[in-house]
Design a protein around this ligand. Structure first.
Ligand code: PLP
Length: 442
């Protein structure tokens, strides 16, 4: 076999890698050089089964020909077009597609380039919306402990992961947090939505009493929290949040950056839970991970409130150089086609009980203290090594990769979210390899 490891290996020093232990990684790098379908190929020529859809984004599987073709044609035809006081047809076409994709629950799309930007955009729209309606005192934002909403100052502030927050000063003022919903004592090894914890949504009433509704603009939560280590919402929890927000005139934002585009077997988690927020943020699966893109989908009363004053006035002073980039729009349109043609969401829905059985079969393996699942998502929580939180999880990740499967870890929780085109035999392989790895570590 060709020695990929020693040939063409670039120097690794100059790239300061994100969310990475740079020194450790560069001493023993894991380099991916190509991808197709359910597999990555590594620099040393090994096939790795993708148990995480890249980073929760390659929902249709890698290198889908229709998407690859659309991107190539797009860059050759219109490499770039400004979106401030200008436009191009595909951006409008995609917005209409996204509205119908959402089952008309939402009426307008605002484009960003990432999930973080989508979150900051949604928070800004929420505050500005109250202001255009004459309720400019509503500026507070409510997030949740253990929430992840990206790395912009808005998303970090409403997010609830101490390691992502503590380095960066005082963050945004006027932010409060709901309690997280993780409850091992009552819900460990729940299949699907856990039974206990809907009452945690009532904490929002306490926060409203403390600050007064007249100061609160919006609540933002992930319908299923991913980056914190997969937390599935308790039965009735999201419904209660919706009721309380409605009662107090507070906007509800679902951050669907990982749940959007079929992860639960439905277009959006909103459809799965049948709970309607006022806005959703999406990214990742919108282009199957091929081109950076995000979006905020809003309901018409939000959009329409801005459409007042002289028609020549800019209604929202916000946007990005690459909002609605032609390549991203072409990729997203082709991605939506591929999702339809391959019936990827129906496959995810049909496989979700097989997935549930397979991941729950890991109960009883060494170190496993919880298994959580919904749609094609799983979290397998391990007991941490005493005094070394995260060490056992990281070892699982490394060994799994050596054995040819890609999983993710957050602390000591292993997260899996494979492309939605996964087959039963591949689910078995993911889980049997994980079982072997767990058997082999201290
Ligand atoms: N929101 C959620 C729920 C996410 O899971 C992520 C990324 O994982 C983000 C926002 C940030 O997205 P990005 O990394 O594209 O900025």
């Amino acid at each position: 076999m060709e020695d990929h490891a020693s040939s063409n290996l670039p120097g690794l020093s100059a790239w300061w890698m994100p969310f990475t232990a740079n020194r450790e990684f560069k001493a023993a790098p894991r380099l991916l050089v190509s991808a197709s379908g359910m597999y990555y190929t590594t620099q040393d020529g090994r096939q790795v089964l993708d148990g995480t859809a890249g980073l929760w984004c390659v929902n249709a599987g890698h290198a889908q020909p229709g998407i690859v073709r659309a991107i190539g044609e797009s860059v050759a035809t219109l490499d770039y077009a400004p979106s401030f006081q200008m436009g191009h047809p595909k951006a409008f076409e995609l917005a209409e597609r996204l509205v119908s994709f959402s089952g008309e629950r939402f009426s307008h799309a605002f484009y960003t380039n990432s999930g973080s930007e989508a979150v900051d955009t949604a928070l800004k729209i929420a505050i500005a919306w109250h202001r255009v309606r004459g309720e400019g005192t509503r500026t507070r934002l409510i997030g949740r402990e253990r929430g992840y909403h990206g790395v912009g100052f808005g998303g970090m502030s409403v997010g609830g992961l101490a390691s992502n927050r503590k380095w960066f000063g005082s963050l945004l003022a006027g932010v409060d947090h709901l309690p997280h919903t993780h409850d091992l004592a009552r819900n460990a090894f729940a299949r699907g939505q856990p039974r206990h914890g809907a009452e945690l949504a009532d904490e929002l009433e306490r926060i409203v009493t403390l600050h007064d509704a007249s100061t609160i603009a919006a609540v933002i939560v992930e319908p299923v929290a991913g980056s914190t280590g997969v937390l599935i919402p308790p039965v009735g929890y999201l419904e209660r949040l919706r009721e309380i927000c409605t009662r107090h005139g507070i906007l509800l934002i679902f951050d669907e950056v990982i749940t959007g585009f079929g992860r639960l077997g439905t277009p959006l988690a909103t459809d799965f839970f049948d709970v309607e927020p006022d806005m959703v943020t999406v990214a990742k699966g919108i282009t199957n991970g091929c081109v950076p893109m995000g979006a905020v989908l809003v309901k018409s009363p939000i959009h329409d409130a801005f459409m007042q004053g002289p028609p020549g006035a800019i209604e929202l002073f916000h946007g990005y150089t690459y909002s609605g980039h032609p390549l991203a729009c072409a990729a997203a349109l082709a991605t939506l086609d591929v999702y339809e043609e391959t019936a990827a969401f129906a496959n995810a829905a049909a496989l979700s009980s097989t997935w549930e059985d397979a991941v729950h079969a890991l109960r009883g393996q060494p170190h496993v203290i919880d298994v959580r699942n919904l749609g094609l998502i799983a979290g397998i929580e391990l007991a941490p090594r005493p005094g070394q939180p995260g060490a056992r999880g990281m070892e699982v990740f490394r060994r799994a990769f050596e054995k040819g499967i890609l999983v993710r870890v957050t602390g000591d929780t292993i997260a899996m979210s494979p492309p939605l085109i996964i087959e039963r035999a591949q689910i078995d392989r993911l889980c049997s390899t994980l079982a072997e790895v767990l058997d082999g570590i201290a």
